[in-house]
Design a protein around this ligand. Sequence first.
Ligand code: NAI
Length: 272
Amino acid sequence: MSYNLLKGKRGIIFGALNEHSIAWKVAERAYEEGATFVLTNAPIALRMGELNDLAAKTGSQIIGADATSIDDLNNLVEKSMEILGGKIDFVLHSIGMSVNVRKGKHYTDSNYDFTTKGWDISAVSFHKVMNVLYNKKAMSEWGSIVALTYMAAQRVFPDYNDMADNKAYLESIARSFGYFFGRDYKVRVNTISQSPTATTAGSGVKGFDGFIEYAEKMSPLGNATALECADYTITLFSDLTKKVTLQNLFHDGGFSNMGVSDPVMDKFLGEE
Ligand code: NAI
C-alpha cells in the first residue's frame, strides 16, 4: 500500500545487489511512496547487471561507487544532485562484507589485512559517505540518513565473526556524525538493527539456517522480512519521524528483549 510518504523527496540508495537485498526492497518501496533516487553499488556488483532491472522499474539512474573511495563518493554525490535536481533528502547505507568470513578465517585467527578491508567497507564507508554529504552541504534540512546493522554489535553471536565489531563501530559513527549533522543541518542519522534475513550477505554467515530459525522461534512477532525492513526504513525517511536521531532502532520482532520463549523452551524440554 502506498501513502505518498516520500512525495517529492530525493535520495541515494546504496547496496541493492539482487531482488533479495534489503536495499532493493527499500528502492521499490521508496518508488511506490513517490521518491526519486539514484541507485549505487560497487563497480564489481554492477557488472552482474541485475541492478539495471531495478533502475528500469523505478525510473532511476545508476552511478557506480566503491563506498570506500572518497573520489567515487564525491562523484556520486555531485552527479546525484545534478540528476535529481537539488539537495538530497534521504540516504540508505546498506553495505556489509567481511573478508575474514568470505575466506573462512575464524575470529580467533583473523587475518588483519582482511579485518581492515572489511572494517573499511562495512563501517568506515558510512563515515566517508557522511563526510562527503556534510562537506558538500548536500543534505536538505530535515533529511534522513539510515544505515543497517545487526544485534551482534551488542551481544555475542560466535559465527558473526568480525562483522560484530564492524557493526559496533558503524553504530558509533551514526551517533558521532549524527550529532554534527543534527546541530548544523537538522539532518537525522539512525541505524536499524534488522532480524537475520535471507540475502546474499546474510546467507554468508556460517550456520545461517539455524540462526534464522532460532531467531524466528525466540521473537514473539517472528523475524522481520526484508520488505518489512523497507517499510520501517521508509518511515524514517518520511516527515513523520523528524525528531528521531542518534538511535539504534531494533527491527526484529522483539528478539532483542527476549530471554527465552515457549517454543525454544519446548524444544529443549522435548529433547530431555
Ligand atoms: P546484500 O548482499 O544484498 O547487500 C550487501 C551490499 O553491499 C551488496 O549490494 C554489495 O555489493 C555491497 N557492497 C559490498 N562492498 C561494497 C563497496 N566496497 N562499496 C559499495 N557497496 C558495497 O545483503 P543485505 O543483507 O541486503 O545487506 C545489507 C545490509 O544489511 C548490510 O549492512 C548487512 O550487514 C545488513 N544486515 C543484514 C542482515 C541479514 O541477515 N541479511 C541482518 C542485519 C543487518
